[in-house]
Design a protein around this ligand. Structure first.
Ligand SMILES: *Cc1c(COP(=O)(O)O)cnc(C)c1O
Length: 395
C-alpha cells in the first residue's frame, strides 16, 4: 500500500494544533473539575479556583491586573464587544471611529453595522508596506472621535503596527484605543504596562489552545457596555457559565507562547521563514507582500504572477502542504483580499497570492521540500496560463 504523504502544516494564522499537554489538561478539567464556578460546594470551588488562577496567570504574563481580563468565546467576540461596547458607552460624546483598511472582518463588519446606526468611520491607509502612519492618525483625529481600532498584527500579510505610538496619538485627543491582537499575542512581545491601549483582544485557537475561548483586556476604568446580560459572570459584563477548561487552556497557551518554550522558538521560526522567503523569491515574477522587517516572525505572503491562488492551494494540498491564499475563494466573492488591495496590488496579482504561516512545529528541514513543491506547482500552473505564454514569447 502506498504510504500517505506526511502533512506539512503551514496555516497557523488560520488555526493551530492544540498542544497535547493542553488537550490533556482540558480533558482532566472537563471530567474532574466540572463544577459551576458560581456554586458553593467543593466541586464548584475547585472550578472557581481554576478560573481565578487562569485569569491571574494570563494577567501576569501580559502585564495587567487579573480583573482586567474578561474571558470571551474568541477573537471575533472580543472585537465585537470592544467596539460595540465602547460605542454604546460613548455615543453621547461623539460618533466618529477611526480604523485601518486592513482589519480583520470581525472588526470591519462590526464597524459596518455601526455605520448603519449613524456612526461615521474613517479608514486609514496602510501604503505599500502595509503599515499605518502615526501622522495620518493624528490628522484624522477629531473632537468627536470616540474610538480608534487598529490591529496589532495583520493575519494575511503579518505586518506589525506601531501600536504604542498610535495609542498615544488617540489618547492625546481623548479617544479610546482598541487593538485586535489575535495574531500578535504569543508571536511578538505584548506588554500591557508599556502599550497604553484601553482594550486588547486575543484568541486561544491561534496559540495552540482550543477554538471557542479567548479574552478581552479592558483597562480598569474604561467605560464599556455589557456584552451578554445574564448572571454575574465576568464582573456582570458577560453572562453565562464560564468555560473553565477553556480558560485554563488559554492560560497555559499564553504562558507557553508568550514566556515559555514557544517564545524561545521565535528566533528559529524567523530563520525558517526568512530562508523560505529567499528561496521562493528566487522564482521569477514573484513578490513579497507586506514589509519584510516589520512583520510577524512566522508570516510569509508571496504573489506569483500568472496563476490563481485557489489552484495553487489545491495543488499544494495534494502534495501535503497546507496553506492559504488571499484570492477570491476564501472571501466568497469575486474580489481578492481587501488587505492585498489596500497595499496596492492589482487584482490579477492579488489573485496569485500564497500565505504560509509557520509556528512552533515547523522545521528548517521542511523548507527545501516546501520550496520544491511550490516551485513545481507554480511552474505547472503557469504553463496553463495564456498570459504567461505571451510573456515567454516576448509579446
Ligand atoms: C482569527 C482572527 C480573529 C478571529 O478570532 P476567532 O477566535 O476565530 O473568532 C480576529 N482577528 C484576527 C486578526 C484573527 O487572525
Amino acid at each position: 500500500m502506498e504510504q500517505k504523504k506526511k502533512t506539512i502544516y503551514c496555516d497557523n494564522a488560520a488555526t493551530t494544533r492544540v498542544l497535547p499537554e493542553i488537550a490533556a489538561e482540558v480533558t482532566e478539567i472537563l471530567t474532574s473539575s466540572y463544577g459551576n464556578p458560581s456554586g458553593l460546594h467543593s466541586v464548584s470551588r475547585e472550578a472557581k479556583e481554576i478560573l481565578a488562577s487562569s485569569r491571574k496567570r494570563i494577567a501576569d504574563v501580559l502585564g495587567c491586573e487579573a480583573n482586567e481580563i474578561y474571558f470571551t468565546g474568541g477573537g471575533s467576540e472580543g472585537d465585537n464587544w470592544a467596539i460595540k461596547g465602547a460605542c454604546e458607552a460613548l455615543s453621547k460624546k461623539g460618533k466618529h471611529i477611526i480604523t485601518s483598511k486592513i482589519e480583520h472582518p470581525a472588526v470591519l463588519n462590526t464597524l459596518k453595522a455601526l455605520k448603519k446606526q449613524g456612526f461615521e468611520i474613517t479608514y486609514l491607509d496602510v501604503y505599500e508596506n502595509g503599515i499605518v502612519r502615526v501622522e495620518d492618525l493624528e490628522n484624522a483625529m477629531r473632537d468627536d472621535t470616540i474610538l480608534v481600532c487598529i490591529m496589532m498584527a495583520n493575519n494575511e500579510i503579518g505586518t506589525v503596527q506601531p501600536i504604542k505610538e498610535l495609542a498615544a496619538a488617540a489618547k492625546k485627543r481623548g479617544a479610546l484605543f482598541f487593538t485586535d491582537a489575535v495574531q500578535a499575542v504569543g508571536h511578538i512581545d505584548v506588554d500591557l504596562r508599556d502599550l497604553g491601549v484601553d482594550m486588547l483582544s486575543f484568541s486561544g485557537h491561534k496559540i495552540h489552545a482550543p477554538k471557542g475561548i479567548g479574552a478581552l483586556y479592558i483597562k480598569n476604568g474604561t467605560r464599556i457596555g455589557n456584552l451578554i446580560d445574564g448572571g454575574g459572570q465576568e464582573r456582570k459584563k458577560r453572562g453565562g457559565t464560564e468555560n473553565v477548561a477553556g480558560a485554563a487552556a488559554l492560560a497555559r497557551a499564553v504562558e507557553y507562547m508568550c514566556a515559555g518554550e514557544g517564545k524561545a522558538k521565535r528566533e528559529e521560526i524567523l530563520n525558517i521563514r526568512n530562508t523560505l522567503i529567499d528561496k521562493l523569491l528566487s522564482i521569477p515574477y514573484t513578490r513579497l507582500n507586506g514589509d519584510r522587517e516589520k512583520r510577524l516572525p512566522g508570516n510569509l505572503n508571496i504573489s506569483f504572477e500568472f496563476i490563481e491562488g485557489e489552484s495553487l492551494i489545491m495543488w499544494l494540498d495534494i502534495m501535503g502542504v497546507c496553506a492559504s491564499t488571499g484570492s477570491a475563494c476564501s472571501t466568497a466573492s469575486l474580489d481578492p483580499s481587501h488587505v492585498l488591495l489596500a497595499i496596492g496590488l492589482p487584482h490579477e496579482i492579488a489573485h496569485g497570492s500564497l500565505r504560509l504561516t509557520l509556528d512552533v512545529e515547523n522545521t528548517m528541514e521542511q523548507t527545501e521540500e516546501i520550496y520544491a513543491i511550490v516551485k513545481n506547482a507554480v511552474e505547472r500552473l503557469r504553463m496553463m496560463s495564456p498570459l504567461y505564454e505571451k510573456v515567454l514569447k516576448g509579446e
